[in-house]
Design a protein around this ligand. Sequence first.
Ligand code: 5GP
Ligand code: ZN
Length: 116
Amino acid sequence: MSEADCIFCKIAKGEIPAKKIWEDDDCLAFLDINPQAPQHIILIPRRHIETIAQTQEGDQALLGSLLLAAKSIARDEKLERPGYRLVINCGPGGGQTVYHIHVHILGGRPMKWPPG
Ligand code: 5GP
Ligand code: ZN
């Protein structure tokens, strides 16, 4: 999927509305349109990268920023206790449907293991 057709790039540019939770220069978090838990937040880098499989060593800082942002958002959204789940789906077998790398932040209910 090209950047021009990407839903999450359009959200990042403000071309599609979304309920934004948090943003900085590199990343943006917004509510999932089809929540799978009482709290379901999507966290993306502004830069279009299709999957985690396509990241490289040069993306180390960006990937670190994403995880640190996920932790801070979870804390700010009062998910730290009792806990929450971070998910990155990769490719069709991993359940990825939007090909712009993103972290799901899920909370507000007990999570099961293994995931489906
Ligand atoms: P994936 O299946 O790729 O890991 O996750 C994509 C997520 O994006 C899904 O949970 C889906 O509900 C969410 N999503 C898809 N389109 C939109 C949209 O237009 N707006 C928002 N806020 N979320 C979306
Ligand atoms: Zn994109």
